[in-house]
Design a protein around this ligand. Structure first.
Ligand SMILES: [Zn+2]
Ligand SMILES: [Zn+2]
Length: 241
């Protein structure tokens, strides 16, 4: 193992932000939204290092090629570090590829066995290493400038938000297969509900159905014997109500 970042999203809400609100005026400083009223899908973005080594970006002043100054946040951002796309249930992108700058530091200790002391910081001068130590997460909370995607004109319904961290692979991780997560969302008026989803379902070609593969045994197959998952993909089931 080494460094391994995974995204974790939580705390979804919708806000209709007037053009003269700080949600819009502050965010315009970083160019993530245009002038005027906007409907915002807001959420906390956590970038968790579930590996066993530091994810270290280095010092912004030494790496102008990957960092840019954020006037809205008052520190250096790793350009396009996270990326969000909102899909409808037909798999069409309704909000395509929003790229988010990010400053990496230790905000929240998730693993109780991790070091109790934060190590990485976002300094305004860009003279210290940015990163996340093992067992910790960086957190961009609801309410920060640009911590949202614009959903003007997106209709009520069911959607999937695809979120990728370290989207340009600017620093090494041992595992990039878990850098993207998909969150099911139900948008209804000004409310948004995060759908419960369970992966680890497999297609059993014997009984021609999906069977849960998260238990020690594959389970009994109505066609006789145990379910046979050979050749199956990993399926995720969404609970809609
Ligand atoms: Zn920032
Ligand atoms: Zn079966």
């Amino acid at each position: 193992m080494g460094a391994n970042l995974v995204p974790i999203l939580r705390n979804f809400s919708i806000k209709n932000a007037p053009g003269n609100s700080t949600d819009i005026t502050e965010s315009m400083k970083d160019g993530c939204v245009t002038a005027g009223d906007h409907r915002l899908l807001r959420f906390d973005m956590r970038t968790y290092n579930k590996g066993n080594a530091d994810f270290n970006m280095g010092k912004p002043i030494e790496h102008p090629e990957i960092f840019e100054w954020s006037a809205a946040h008052g520190h250096w951002h790793n350009k396009h570090f996270n990326e969000y796309t909102l899909f409808n249930m037909l798999g069409q992108a309704v909000v395509p590829g929003f790229k988010q700058g990010f400053c990496l530091e230790d905000i929240e200790r998730i693993d109780p066995n991790a070091s109790p002391t934060p190590k990485f910081h976002c300094d305004a001068e860009g003279r210290v290493d940015q990163g996340v130590q093992p067992g910790w997460a960086d957190v961009y909370s609801v309410g920060l400038p640009c911590q949202f995607i614009v959903i003007d004109g997106v209709q009520d319904g069911y959607y999937r938000l695809l979120a990728t961290t370290n989207a340009r692979f600017v620093a090494h991780e041992d595992d990039y297969t878990d850098n993207t997560i998909i969150v099911g969302l139900h948008l209804h008026g000004d409310t948004v509900i995060q759908l419960t989803e369970q992966d680890n379902w497999r297609w059993c070609h014997k009984c021609q159905g999906l069977a849960f593969a998260g238990n020690p045994s594959p389970g009994a197959c109505p066609a006789g014997g145990l379910h046979d998952h050979a050749g199956s993909g990993n399926y995720s089931l969404v609970q809609y109500s």
